[in-house]
Design a protein around this ligand. Structure first.
Ligand code: ATP
Length: 572
């Protein structure tokens, strides 16, 4: 009951905050002096644009330096609708402006599928500069005739228009909040942290990037439309490339992926030039101030928003969450291994002159756990990369459940082949539960989620992953993939981050995976005790070749394995 009440309270919280924001907006609209009301609308407009930047840059990790170009698209559409007298009034025009900007966002996002970092920055800034130049040439519809945009009837004076702008900001904030908590939001976090990790869970890297660009641009478009309603006539000077650049810097500095920090950034956006004006300093110096703040944010670690939150969490709980595998679990009987479910034949991979794999055959039995062992550099991770589709130039064949396993990593993941990574691919921006639900890519009941996390001794679903240690994050990754119920899961050293005393307990749980989750496993592991306790069959790789393969006891007693793999027979 208390849990249900707690969940209800958490679900209602965003609406409570939204209602409070509307209340504050109303109080400000009646209480502020006229000039500050005008500045207030400017701040709200900037907050919506920053919210958009927070999505594409802060959450999805891409650089976009043309946010005000999207704002210009929104302003253009609103102005054109005003001139043409499009039915529906200002509210409809605003939505149309957002929609048009979203389309522009997708078009700009297309190059982002191939470009990264500084190259993407140059492309988006170049686009902003080109749009800037074009707008000066063509001007906004109605500008030359002086045809002022009509505000909504009920919000026509400055005070009520400020309230209207606050209502739009609150609606945008709610949309962003719920999008971030949904599948799109999780995919943005994942793609920002690791594109390989995103593909490995069967999510589309393209879709993640394009949706982030579209949502961000739509918010930019709405902010531009709102600005047009504020000033009556849109002018190119409001949407220059240098302003887009300054807005980006502000988003980075404040941490605009957090809604409150987007609002804080917007207050700075308005307050800094205003203060400079009052002190008799040219307002363009505001860009220098933002530049300095941006350099500080880019050279330091993190931004203002995350720093404040980190302080808050440290005050609430100083500890990071780890693995708790010491609890006893009820064992389930292992299922007898069936026929082959994953068959790989003649797999070869070369990196230039290095032959990482040569004519490798492996078979994972249904309901079985195949261990793949071998010294460092034997080709184990390359094997996982090749089977899961990350090395398209690999030769050989693979079948999963009798069907050819081909295509991109996303396609193979959707076909029922999942993998984990040796490196951390778990994004810190999500909670344990949000991450596992996203990776599972199916509807999970709370019981199913909590049960699986508990079984592997992982922190509770509500724990932010930023507060989970490296070993536990690997197990959270394993849980997510297991709950996806693939045919086969490839585990690349899943116990590497765990304290050694936890290895036995982890092995005991791993042994039960086929029976509990219906998933067959290929396990790469250096800890031979763990391998012995878990795997029915073993394949030993050495210099990219299969040295031995078969039942565990036979393989571990093979003199070639003893000699080549361990070097010292006593150890085995
Ligand atoms: N991207 C790459 N470019 C060039 N060589 C590579 C690349 N990836 C792997 N190799 C080489 O391929 C061989 C196999 O590497 P791989 O990482 O698969 O070994 P491993 O058995 O997983 O080692 P470890 O146990 O240390 O993880 C090594 O000689 C390695 O240097």
């Amino acid at each position: 009951m208390r849990l249900a009440e707690h969940r209800l309270a958490r679900a209602g919280l965003p609406f409570l905050v939204a209602a409070a924001a509307v209340g504050i907006g109303y109080a400000l609209s009646v209480g502020l002096a006229g000039y500050f009301v005008y500045l207030g609308v400017s701040a709200v407009v900037a907050a919506i644009a920053l919210l958009g930047l927070g999505v594409v840059t802060g959450t999805a990790g891409m650089i976009s330096l043309c946010q005000l170009t999207f704002a210009a698209v929104g302003a253009f559409v609103v102005s054109a609708c005003n001139v043409a007298g499009v039915p529906g009034g200002f509210g409809t025009w605003l939505l149309l402006g957002g929609l048009a900007a979203a389309v522009a966002g997708v078009l700009v996002g297309l190059p982002a599928l191939r470009l990264r970092g500084i190259t993407l920055a140059v492309v988006t800034l170049g686009l902003a500069a080109a749009a800037d130049h074009t707008l000066v040439q063509i001007q906004f519809p109605g500008a030359t005739e002086g045809l002022s945009v009509e505000r909504p009837e009920a919000f026509s004076d400055d005070r009520s228009y400020f309230l209207f702008a606050v209502l739009v900001l609150v609606a945008c904030g709610l949309v962003v909040h719920f999008l971030r908590r949904g599948r799109w939001g999780s995919s943005w976090h994942l793609v920002a942290f690791s594109e390989r990790g995103t593909a490995a869970v069967g999510a589309g890297v393209r879709t993640s990037k394009l949706t982030a660009f579209a949502v961000s641009a739509a918010l930019g478009g709405i902010s531009g439309g709102l600005l047009t309603g504020q000033v009556g006539l849109a002018f190119p000077a409001s949407f220059t490339a240098i302003q887009s650049l300054a807005l980006y810097v502000l988003a980075i500095m404040s941490g605009a992926h957090l809604i409150d920090m987007a609002v804080f950034g917007a207050l700075l956006w308005v307050a800094v030039p205003e203060l400079l004006k009052r002190w008799g300093v040219p307002q363009d110096w505001g860009f220098v101030v933002f530049g300095v703040l941006g350099v500080q944010a880019l050279t330091g670690r993190g931004n203002l928003g995350t720093a404040v939150r980190a302080l808050w969490y440290r005050r609430r709980s100083g500890r990071t969450a780890g693995v708790g595998l010491t609890e006893a679990v009820t064992d389930v009987e292992p299922l007898p291994p069936g026929g082959p479910v994953l068959e790989v034949r003649g797999l070869s991979v070369s990196f230039g002159h290095v032959t990482a794999l040569s004519e490798v055959d492996i078979t994972v039995p249904e309901h079985g756990i195949l261990g793949v062992i071998g010294p460092n550099g034997a080709g184990k991770s390359t094997l996982v990369d090749a089977i899961s589709g990350f090395l398209p130039r690999a030769t050989g064949t693979a079948t999963l459940g009798g069907r050819p396993l081909t295509g991109s990593p996303t396609r193979r993941a959707r076909a029922g082949l999942r993998r984990t990574f040796q490196q951390d691919r778990v994004p810190p921006g999500l909670t344990v539960g949000a991450y596992v639900r996203f990776v599972a890519r199916r509807r999970l009941t709370g019981r199913e989620l909590d049960g699986a996390l508990e079984f592997f001794g992982c922190p509770a679903a509500r724990t932010p992953l930023s507060r989970v240690d490296a070993g536990a994050r690997r197990l959270v990754e394993v849980v997510g993939h297991l709950l996806a119920k693939p045919r086969v899961l490839l585990l690349d050293e899943p116990a590497a981050g765990l304290p050694h005393e936890e290895h036995v307990a982890f092995g005991r749980r791993l042994r039960q995976v086929p029976a509990r989750f219906g998933v067959s496993v290929l396990l790469i592991e250096h800890d031979l005790d763990l391998v012995r306790s878990v795997c029915d069959t073993l394949t030993v790789l050495d210099f990219g070749r299969v040295l031995a393969s078969g039942p565990q006891a036979d393989v571990l007693a093979d003199p070639a394995v003893l000699k080549a793999y361990m070097g010292e027979t006593e150890l085995l």
